[in-house]
Write a protein that binds this ligand. Structure first.
Ligand code: MCA
Ligand code: AMP
Length: 520
């Protein structure tokens, strides 16, 4: 059997290749602008796969991609998998020092960027030894980019590369609590097994129509959403950008929606979100960050739908899900439900023993979905697994007597803002480099839209004058904008405990109302 994920995707395509696979919507009003058939998806991915093969890349070569969201970018992902290379998606918000790190660390053979970024990204790629640089833009824009132009010269027939279960399919960078980002290595089996589990557990069929409004450089939009639609042979309504009005306008033609909690908060802010607008829908899925119980309840009241919350990680794909079928139990707000079939989840105390029911401890996981390790970081990989082979998620939680898991916090110092992960240590390292800064502490505080917002507390060196606005502006020029603190406070000292450790919990309590007050 060919374990290539694309072999499973090809097998699930409808026999009638003229059927529409993707409808591309205008983000603002939801109007359908273009359609892509299954046949086109198949032949376009074959052409791009053939182009990649013609480059005579080494086995296991990485293809790094930083492009705007487009169906062409989804085709590129599928083509990389199909041709047997390794896909490395990069957030469009990343700036030069971030791209330099990822490209330097992963050493891709191919780098694909938007035409508008070529001038600054190509030198970084070339300096890091990348041989092939292409551009890729949305087909609806005038310039389609060199990747599509070159691919059109290639055959629309392509034999799917033969892959084993453990062969690498993708590398997803996730930041660490200390040091730089780590590349989570995901195999064809990791991706395929998890996608097949979700298709079956969430009751997918070829009649489903999924509204896809998430970015495609992280697990949620790239894997969870795209793989479910592909393996069910269903249909996508494609939004290049989330817009609540446009999305609501399409609910009456769709059956499934997936979003991070911020998308649900923004949907709820629209008067047009009501039972009638959602009457064709069968499933709303939330994940990537905690869904507040207020959001869960408000959505049910307004639409009559109970959001299904699930929990996952870049290293593991999806781990837990609230039940889809009523016969499996109710969907409980504030919980992430049960371990998915095939996935094992346990809660351990700091002595490595199993916690009792309802006892809080570290969440550890095992299964065919769990990655094999961090790219070229064997020591880090070893640290993140227990002696008996379970992956330590860094999330803290508990399991109730009925088997529902709840995430109560994180042992890792991580902020999740609007579904994007921000590691305080990274922001602190940039702040600490600035003239006049003695030290800094970056925290997450509750935010009505993003769930958590990044806030920095900076200690000035004796006699130094620090300008908070100027420091924020400097950060904006250095790092992805979602990581930049929404507010920065200059203080004389940080609160410390008896051991001299900075008490971030004290800072979080001090600033807990910062954004709540603003929203009133
Ligand atoms: C945008 N901004 C943000 C965020 N997004 N600030 C904090 N957190 C954010 N997430 C800021 C920008 O820096 C900018 O600030 C201003 O908001 C407007 O930017 P814009 O791009 O127009 O924002 P937006 O389009 O409204 O984006 C908000 C968003 C987006 C739609 C919620 O953040 C988003 O798509 N989030 C989803 C992320 C996701 O897919 N996560 C899944 C990870 P300024 O004006 O100052 O420059 S996968 C995962 O976590 C696991 C595996 C799982 O379980 O799924
Ligand atoms: P990432 O590695 O960027 O994919 O982020 C994974 C992290 O997101 C997990 O370790 C959790 O901390 C968090 N996460 C994902 N889904 C949920 C959820 N439903 N509830 C709470 N936290 C979540």
């Amino acid at each position: 059997m060919n374990a290539n994920l694309f072999a499973a995707i090809a097998a699930a395509m409808p026999a009638d290749r003229d059927r529409i696979a993707i409808e591309i919507a205008d983000p603002a009003d939801g109007r359908i602008e273009r359609e892509v058939s299954w046949g086109e998806l198949e032949s376009r991915t074959a052409q791009i796969a053939n182009l990649l093969v013609s480059l005579k890349l080494a086995p296991g070569a990485r293809v790094a991609v930083q492009t705007e969201k487009s169906v062409e970018a989804l085709m590129l992902y599928l083509a990389v998998i199909r041709a047997g290379y390794v896909y490395l998606p990069l957030n469009t918000a990343y700036q030069s020092s971030e791209i330099d790190y990822f490209v330097g660390n992963a050493q891709p053979s191919v780098f694909v960027c938007s035409t508008k970024n070529l001038a600054w990204t190509e030198p970084i790629a070339r300096a890091n030894g990348v041989h092939h640089v292409f551009t890729l833009d949305d087909l609806s824009t005038a310039n389609t980019g060199t990747l599509l132009d070159a691919s059109r010269l290639h055959s629309t027939a392509h034999d799917i590369a033969l892959k084993a279960d453990d062969d690498l399919a993708a590398i997803l960078y996730t930041s660490g609590t200390t040091g730089r980002s780590k590349g989570a290595m995901l195999s064809h089996q990791n991706l395929r097994s998890n996608a097949q589990t979700l298709v079956s557990y969430w009751g997918w069929s070829a009649n489903d129509v999924l509204i896809h409004a998430l970015p495609i450089f992280h697990v949620h939009g790239l894997f969870v959403a795209s793989h479910c639609f592909l393996l069910a042979g269903a249909k996508l309504i494609w939004f290049s950008k989330f817009d609540p009005k446009g999305v609501i306008a399409q609910f009456n033609r769709a059956t499934v929606f997936m979003g991070v909690p911020t998308l649900y908060v923004r949907l709820l802010a629209e008067a047009g979100l009501d039972r009638d607008a959602c009457k064709n829908m069968r499933l709303f899925v939330a994940g990537s960050a905690p869904l507040l119980i207020e959001t869960f309840n408000a959505f049910r009241e307004r639409t009559g739908h109970t959001i299904l919350e699930r929990y996952g990680m870049s290293e593991t794909n999806m781990l837990c899900s609230n039940p889809y079928a009523a016969s499996d139990g109710e969907r409980r707000g504030g919980t992430v439900g049960f371990p998915l079939p095939d996935v094992q989840v346990r809660v351990s105390n700091d002595r490595g023993e199993r916690c009792a029911t309802d006892e809080i401890g570290d969440i550890e996981v095992r299964g065919p979905n769990v990655f094999s390790g961090y790219w070229r970081m064997p020591e880090k990989t070893k640290e993140e697994f227990t002696a008996d082979g379970w992956f330590k998620t860094g999330d803290v939680g508990k399991c109730d007597p009925r088997g529902y898991f709840t995430i109560v916090g994180r042992s890792k110092d991580l902020i999740i803002s609007g579904g994007y992960n921000v590691y305080p240590a990274e922001i602190e390292s940039y702040l600490n480099e600035m003239t006049g800064v003695a030290e800094s502490a970056v925290i997450g505080v509750p935010h009505p839209d993003f769930g958590e917002a990044v806030v920095a507390v900076v200690v000035r060196k004796s006699g130094a004058a620090l300008d908070a606005a100027a420091m924020i502006a400097t950060l904006k020029s250095q790092i992805a904008n979602f990581k930049v603190p929404k507010q920065l406070f200059v203080v004389n000292e940080l609160p410390r405990n008896a051991m001299g450790k900075v008490q971030k919990n004290v800072l979080r309590a001090q600033h807990a109302e910062l954004f709540a007050a603003k929203s009133n």
